[in-house]
Unconditional design. Sequence first.
Length: 114
Amino acid sequence: MAGNDWKKRLGVVYSTDPDYRYEENVQEQEETLPPGQQKLIVSIDRRNRGGKQVTLVSGFVDSGEDLAALGKTLKVKCGVGGTAKNGEITIQGDFRDKVTALLTELGYKARRGN
């Protein structure tokens, strides 16, 4: 019964071929690189934010949970809010120098962008 899960096949067109087997597209998750191999770019962004500045950390390659943990660490150390999703960490305000210093302390290869 486990191989006959119809919810995974929603939107698939019915086939009259008796030998047809439906194959799922399984995406592999990226492994988190060690901090020494991560090349992070710390920049400032003002687009689509009503004129407010945010510090943007991009280039993080992870499996999902590590990005959230690093984002939380940076937000706590800076004392501000932000988000961590889609391989980017957003910190509210201009904290480029502080975030770059914190990332290098943690062993990441971080450089300041613009």
